[in-house]
Design a protein around this ligand. Structure first.
Ligand code: IMP
Ligand code: MG
Length: 174
Protein backbone atom coordinates (compact mmCIF):
# COMPACT_ATOMS: atom_id res chain seq x y z
CA UNK A 1 0.00 0.00 0.00
CA UNK A 2 1.30 3.45 -0.85
CA UNK A 3 1.26 6.34 1.67
CA UNK A 4 2.65 9.56 0.21
CA UNK A 5 5.93 8.49 -1.46
CA UNK A 6 6.52 5.20 0.43
CA UNK A 7 5.32 1.58 0.15
CA UNK A 8 4.02 -0.18 3.27
CA UNK A 9 2.94 -3.76 4.00
CA UNK A 10 0.72 -5.22 6.75
CA UNK A 11 2.66 -6.17 9.88
CA UNK A 12 -0.17 -6.87 12.32
CA UNK A 13 -3.90 -7.44 11.87
CA UNK A 14 -6.69 -5.55 13.61
CA UNK A 15 -7.45 -8.70 15.68
CA UNK A 16 -3.86 -9.00 16.92
CA UNK A 17 -3.77 -5.35 17.94
CA UNK A 18 -7.14 -5.72 19.68
CA UNK A 19 -5.89 -8.61 21.78
CA UNK A 20 -2.74 -6.68 22.81
CA UNK A 21 -4.93 -3.78 23.92
CA UNK A 22 -7.29 -6.10 25.84
CA UNK A 23 -4.34 -7.67 27.68
CA UNK A 24 -3.01 -4.25 28.65
CA UNK A 25 -6.47 -3.17 29.85
CA UNK A 26 -6.78 -6.12 32.21
CA UNK A 27 -3.22 -5.67 33.52
CA UNK A 28 -3.98 -2.03 34.33
CA UNK A 29 -7.27 -2.97 36.02
CA UNK A 30 -5.34 -5.29 38.32
CA UNK A 31 -2.40 -2.94 38.94
CA UNK A 32 -4.46 0.17 39.72
CA UNK A 33 -7.44 -1.35 41.52
CA UNK A 34 -8.53 0.95 44.36
CA UNK A 35 -6.16 3.73 43.24
CA UNK A 36 -6.75 7.17 41.81
CA UNK A 37 -5.41 6.59 38.26
CA UNK A 38 -4.64 9.33 35.77
CA UNK A 39 -3.63 8.22 32.29
CA UNK A 40 -1.46 10.77 30.52
CA UNK A 41 -1.55 9.93 26.83
CA UNK A 42 0.90 11.44 24.39
CA UNK A 43 -0.56 12.98 21.25
CA UNK A 44 -0.86 12.57 18.39
CA UNK A 45 -0.04 8.89 17.95
CA UNK A 46 -1.76 7.49 21.07
CA UNK A 47 -5.28 8.80 20.43
CA UNK A 48 -6.70 5.58 18.96
CA UNK A 49 -4.84 3.19 21.27
CA UNK A 50 -5.84 5.04 24.44
CA UNK A 51 -9.47 5.49 23.41
CA UNK A 52 -9.74 1.73 22.77
CA UNK A 53 -7.82 0.90 25.96
CA UNK A 54 -9.88 2.94 28.42
CA UNK A 55 -13.11 1.54 26.99
CA UNK A 56 -11.84 -1.98 27.62
CA UNK A 57 -10.87 -1.18 31.22
CA UNK A 58 -13.19 -1.83 34.15
CA UNK A 59 -11.62 1.06 36.06
CA UNK A 60 -12.59 4.59 35.08
CA UNK A 61 -9.30 6.51 34.93
CA UNK A 62 -8.95 10.22 34.31
CA UNK A 63 -7.50 10.74 30.84
CA UNK A 64 -5.29 13.68 29.97
CA UNK A 65 -3.64 14.29 26.61
CA UNK A 66 -0.32 16.05 26.27
CA UNK A 67 1.37 16.78 23.00
CA UNK A 68 5.04 16.14 22.38
CA UNK A 69 6.57 15.88 18.99
CA UNK A 70 9.82 14.20 18.01
CA UNK A 71 9.48 12.46 14.70
CA UNK A 72 10.25 14.10 11.38
CA UNK A 73 9.37 11.87 8.43
CA UNK A 74 10.67 8.45 9.42
CA UNK A 75 13.42 9.57 11.86
CA UNK A 76 13.52 10.49 15.54
CA UNK A 77 14.58 14.09 16.24
CA UNK A 78 14.52 16.75 18.96
CA UNK A 79 11.58 16.56 21.40
CA UNK A 80 9.29 19.61 21.51
CA UNK A 81 6.41 20.26 23.93
CA UNK A 82 3.31 21.42 22.09
CA UNK A 83 0.60 21.03 24.77
CA UNK A 84 1.49 21.35 28.46
CA UNK A 85 -0.02 19.85 31.62
CA UNK A 86 -2.67 22.08 33.19
CA UNK A 87 -4.49 19.46 35.25
CA UNK A 88 -3.74 18.57 38.86
CA UNK A 89 -1.88 15.26 39.19
CA UNK A 90 -0.37 15.80 42.64
CA UNK A 91 -0.74 12.67 44.82
CA UNK A 92 -2.45 10.76 42.01
CA UNK A 93 -1.13 7.61 40.36
CA UNK A 94 0.04 8.64 36.93
CA UNK A 95 0.56 6.33 33.98
CA UNK A 96 2.14 7.82 30.87
CA UNK A 97 1.09 6.04 27.71
CA UNK A 98 2.75 6.12 24.32
CA UNK A 99 1.69 4.52 21.06
CA UNK A 100 5.23 3.49 20.27
CA UNK A 101 8.57 4.05 21.98
CA UNK A 102 11.67 4.20 19.84
CA UNK A 103 14.77 5.93 21.33
CA UNK A 104 12.89 6.84 24.53
CA UNK A 105 13.72 10.54 24.14
CA UNK A 106 10.04 11.56 24.32
CA UNK A 107 9.41 9.52 27.46
CA UNK A 108 12.51 10.92 29.23
CA UNK A 109 11.38 14.47 28.52
CA UNK A 110 7.82 13.81 29.72
CA UNK A 111 9.05 12.09 32.84
CA UNK A 112 11.20 15.13 33.75
CA UNK A 113 8.24 17.44 33.23
CA UNK A 114 5.71 15.38 35.21
CA UNK A 115 7.92 14.55 38.20
CA UNK A 116 7.79 18.25 39.11
CA UNK A 117 4.05 17.86 39.71
CA UNK A 118 4.65 15.32 42.52
CA UNK A 119 2.35 12.44 41.57
CA UNK A 120 1.92 9.58 44.09
CA UNK A 121 3.49 7.27 41.51
CA UNK A 122 4.70 7.59 37.95
CA UNK A 123 4.83 4.64 35.55
CA UNK A 124 5.20 4.21 31.84
CA UNK A 125 3.51 2.04 29.27
CA UNK A 126 3.49 1.69 25.53
CA UNK A 127 1.59 -0.34 23.00
CA UNK A 128 4.75 -0.95 20.97
CA UNK A 129 8.47 -0.79 21.76
CA UNK A 130 11.42 -0.99 19.40
CA UNK A 131 13.97 -2.49 21.85
CA UNK A 132 16.87 -2.21 19.38
CA UNK A 133 16.47 1.60 19.38
CA UNK A 134 15.65 2.08 23.06
CA UNK A 135 18.36 4.08 24.77
CA UNK A 136 16.92 5.29 28.07
CA UNK A 137 17.02 4.49 31.80
CA UNK A 138 13.26 4.87 32.16
CA UNK A 139 11.65 1.53 32.99
CA UNK A 140 8.61 0.63 30.91
CA UNK A 141 6.17 -1.23 33.17
CA UNK A 142 3.58 -2.09 30.53
CA UNK A 143 4.52 -3.09 27.00
CA UNK A 144 1.99 -4.40 24.47
CA UNK A 145 4.54 -5.86 22.09
CA UNK A 146 8.14 -5.47 20.98
CA UNK A 147 8.71 -4.73 17.32
CA UNK A 148 11.71 -5.01 15.01
CA UNK A 149 13.45 -1.75 14.13
CA UNK A 150 11.18 -0.80 11.24
CA UNK A 151 9.16 2.33 10.65
CA UNK A 152 5.46 1.56 11.17
CA UNK A 153 2.18 3.32 10.61
CA UNK A 154 -1.55 2.83 11.19
CA UNK A 155 -3.61 2.50 14.40
CA UNK A 156 -2.89 6.14 15.22
CA UNK A 157 0.69 6.26 13.97
CA UNK A 158 1.58 8.36 10.95
CA UNK A 159 4.06 9.03 8.22
CA UNK A 160 4.16 12.80 7.75
CA UNK A 161 0.57 13.09 8.99
CA UNK A 162 -0.91 10.30 6.91
CA UNK A 163 -1.96 6.73 7.72
CA UNK A 164 -3.33 7.25 11.26
CA UNK A 165 -6.81 5.97 10.44
CA UNK A 166 -5.66 2.56 9.18
CA UNK A 167 -6.94 -0.30 11.36
CA UNK A 168 -3.95 -2.57 10.82
CA UNK A 169 -0.30 -1.88 11.61
CA UNK A 170 1.88 -1.47 8.52
CA UNK A 171 5.65 -1.51 8.14
CA UNK A 172 7.83 0.26 5.63
CA UNK A 173 8.81 -2.07 2.79
CA UNK A 174 12.55 -2.28 2.33
P1 IMP B 1 11.18 8.42 20.73
O1 IMP B 1 11.18 9.73 21.42
O2 IMP B 1 12.35 8.24 19.82
O3 IMP B 1 11.00 7.24 21.67
O4 IMP B 1 9.96 8.43 19.73
C1 IMP B 1 8.68 8.25 20.18
C2 IMP B 1 7.64 8.94 19.33
O5 IMP B 1 7.96 8.88 17.94
C3 IMP B 1 6.35 8.18 19.49
O6 IMP B 1 5.50 8.95 20.29
C4 IMP B 1 5.79 8.01 18.12
O7 IMP B 1 4.75 8.93 17.95
C5 IMP B 1 6.90 8.35 17.17
N1 IMP B 1 7.37 7.12 16.50
C6 IMP B 1 8.36 6.30 16.87
N2 IMP B 1 8.51 5.27 16.03
C7 IMP B 1 7.57 5.45 15.07
C8 IMP B 1 7.19 4.69 13.91
O8 IMP B 1 7.76 3.64 13.55
N3 IMP B 1 6.14 5.18 13.19
C9 IMP B 1 5.48 6.33 13.53
N4 IMP B 1 5.79 7.06 14.61
C10 IMP B 1 6.82 6.62 15.38
MG1 MG C 1 3.87 9.91 19.69
Amino acid sequence: MKVLDKEFEVMMTQEEIDSLVSDLASKLDTEYQGKDLVIVAILNGSFIFVSDLVRKMKLDPEVIFLKYKSYKGTRSGEVKVQLELEDDIEDKHVLILEDIVDTGKTIVRISQDLKEHEPASLKYGTLFLKPDCYNSEVELSFIGKELPNKFVLGYGMDYNGKGRSLNELYQLKD
